[in-house]
Design a protein around this ligand. Structure first.
Ligand code: TTP
Ligand code: MG
Length: 385
């Protein structure tokens, strides 16, 4: 059995934890500029229709009495690490999926902690006792259903889908709830007459494949409750990312590069904290008209060095022809491998050797920022000129 844990109104709950005056109030976390969007809202503010990704100005219209705060990523990441640490006390198989979400494979834990429901209750209790935060938990025979289950009774929920009722549950599960079904796929499926995941069973594989490609096959498997993806603590699919909506739309490459350096710094720090290296760096660009593009570069020698990540990001950006103004720029590191794995050194590549030297600088910066905060030291190119 697999458990999926998702923290409730995560950023807002952490703010309420650090400042109890905020408890029970409408609290909205998001950027401070008029172009920013809502990261999350406390459940009190959600009653007014405020939700993640809504423009801040709209949230202000819907809930003018709310308190608005900017996100404090470092603090959320710190709490996130503590959550993952607590989960590791229940099973060695913990896969963090995002800052406030993880899968735990509890298949082998029943002798130690009892049945699935008992373990889920214990996890909730532990997180409450140690961090004073509430979460919602889904328990199911596979990852796919566990994730859906954790969302069913939010906040502070606990939903169990036993194996013998899984197929019945799938029969009536609205197709939009299935991960991967966005607006576009939903339209295609609706045209075919598919409203629930159970409906998918009525269609042959070749037809689903024709309409949806590889995803059609995945959907058919899910409709029979087949999802064999393992809970893998070091999932290569995982990625670490950072992005910024710019103060105004721009095509200024110098400015974009400055953001990339800030982001490379953040990603590098996260990689080093997680003791991982990344093989792939992806640049994300959202244009003023909201069209989004991503461009990736994969290297032979995985890295956790800020400077190497930044150089790769610069390279990707230099190959991208900017023809429209840019609204948002972001970087992601994926294809992660453990930093403990030996890396094949290339005798003749000075770049690679320099990257190694920069890792020493990174280590020193990490120690200083851990001790004094991240604004105490920064690269010269990021100081105001
Ligand atoms: P979620 O788990 O999706 O949302 P949540 O924890 O705030 O609320 P709940 O799970 O109870 O529905 O995301 C976790 C955090 O990620 C969230 O607190 C803020 C951040 N986030 C964004 O910054 N932008 C987004 O669009 C979303 C969905 C989340
Ligand atoms: Mg959450």
């Amino acid at each position: 059995m697999i458990i999926h844990i998702d923290m409730d109104a995560f950023y807002a709950s952490v703010e309420q934890l650090d400042n109890p005056d905020l408890k029970g109030k409408c609290l909205i976390i998001g950027g401070t500029s008029y172009r920013s969007v809502v990261s999350t809202a406390s459940y009190e503010a959600r009653k007014y229709g405020v939700h993640s990704a809504m423009p801040i100005y709209q949230a202000k219209q819907r809930c003018p009495q709310a308190i608005f705060l900017p996100p404090r990523m470092e603090r959320y990441k710190e709490i996130s690490n503590q959550i993952m640490f607590l989960l590791n006390g229940f099973s060695p198989l913990v896969e963090p999926v995002s800052i406030d979400e993880a899968y735990v494979d509890i298949t082998g834990c029943s002798k130690l902690f009892g049945g699935p429901e008992k373990i889920a209750v214990e996890i909730k209790k532990k997180i409450k006792a140690c961090l004073q935060l509430s979460c919602s938990v889904g328990i199911a025979p596979n990852k796919f259903l566990a994730k859906i289950a954790s969302d069913l009774n939010k906040p502070d929920g606990l939903t169990l889908i036993m194996p013998h009722i899984a197929l019945e549950f799938i029969e009536s599960l609205p197709i939009q709830k299935v991960p991967g079904v966005g607006q576009e796929r939903n339209r295609i499926l609706a045209r075919m007459g598919i409203r629930t995941l159970g409906d998918v069973k009525n269609y042959p594989l070749d037809m689903l494949f024709k309409k949806l490609g590889k995803y059609g096959k995945r959907l058919l498997e899910l409709s029979y409750c087949i999802d064999n993806s393992p809970v893998s603590p070091l999932s290569p699919n995982k990625s670490i990312s950072s992005e910024h909506t710019l103060f105004e739309d721009t095509s200024d490459v110098r400015l974009l590069n400055r953001y990339l350096l800030i982001q490379a710094e953040e990603i590098g720090r996260d990689l080093r904290r997680l003791n991982m290296r990344a093989k792939t760096i992806t640049l994300k660009i959202k244009h003023a008209d909201f069209e989004q593009v991503t461009r990736s570069l994969t290297v032979d020698c995985p890295t956790k060095s800020t400077v190497t990540i930044y150089k790769l990001a610069q390279k990707i950006l230099s190959r991208y022809k900017i023809i429209k103004k840019i609204r948002l720029v972001g970087l992601a590191a994926s294809n992660l491998v453990s930093a403990d794995l030996p890396v094949q050194m290339d005798l003749f590549k000075t770049e690679q050797r320099q990257g190694r030297k920069w890792e020493k600088v990174d280590r020193a910066i990490d120690v200083i920022t851990r001790k004094y905060g991240k604004d105490i030291i920064k690269r010269a190119s990021l100081t105001e000129d």
